[in-house]
Design a protein around this ligand. Sequence first.
Ligand SMILES: Nc1ncnc2c1ncn2[C@@H]1O[C@H](COP(=O)(O)OP(=O)(O)OP(=O)(O)O)[C@@H](O)[C@H]1O
Ligand SMILES: [Mg+2]
Length: 313
Amino acid sequence: MPVALRADHLRKVYPGTSSGTAALEDLTLEVPSGRVYGVIGRNGAGKTTFLRIVATQLALTSGSASVLGHDVATQERAIRARIACVPQEARPLYFLNVEEVVYLYLKLRGMDPVESRRRTRDALDQLTLTEFRKRTVARLSGGLRRRVLCAMVLASDAEVLFLDEPTTGLDPIARRQVWESIRRATREQRTILLTTHYLDEAEALSARLALFERGRLVLDGTPEDLRGRVRYPYRVTIQGSYPREELDSFGKVSAIEGGFLVFAREPEARELARMALERGHRVSMGPVSLEDIFLDVVGKSIEDEGTPPEVEA
Ligand SMILES: Nc1ncnc2c1ncn2[C@@H]1O[C@H](COP(=O)(O)OP(=O)(O)OP(=O)(O)O)[C@@H](O)[C@H]1O
Ligand SMILES: [Mg+2]
């Protein structure tokens, strides 16, 4: 699989902070081209720092990174022509209307007027912004402004898109329209680096996922790989009462409203589900969600402040 982006022992220490508190530490990863690569992690984990470095907006401290074969430190110009970004905090130009702001962005990137017009129309349509096309950005709601930024970037012909929490503040329907546009971009063989706190979104879109914690990469792989790396890849919920000791042998147990949630390996999960069903209790069983994995891995690291979280090999 061709690689669109590479980071090699990347380290970032912001000026004025002590070198012991790196925002990124020894980050090595590869982003395959033509797919969505999702980056997740708690507030302050280093996601935006990483995106800004590979988007050539921020200098790295040591190590290296490249986008489409160009080095981020020395070949910014070559990279900038081929990427587009939705930053975490940004808003489109206030005084233009929606249609103008998208069209102008494409023109400024060097697209010809006919193509710019066509792609503007398509993007507004995709993100159901057509009815607002004549409205000035200053008069849009926060979520609509965010959608306009997504429309600009998705309408571009950039080969690599950096989307830093593109759907934060969007309603559930608009969020899914952005997902569809992202999927469409991958069908055009474009690469997308996406950060999000919506783990359902990360799971729905990403071919590969990276979990950052305190500036380090602690997990990465396909959603399936990630499930295979946690101790308990299944979750079983049981509505009913049990002595806690009876459940402890199956896996990791926690009490929930009206029953228990048990994380277990597959044979124990099946055994537990069968036992609970025989007793006439309501049971559900399935693979762990990305959120379960996140809470498990990151939760352990919080309990264990100071040492990086451990993951089963
Ligand atoms: N301009 C800056 N100067 C100094 N430290 C910074 C700066 N920007 C970010 N940091 C620090 O770098 C670390 C990583 O921040 P970053 O914004 O990359 O996290 P993030 O994963 O994007 O978080 P969030 O989910 O909240 O957006 C944090 O400890 C943050 O305080
Ligand atoms: Mg961020």
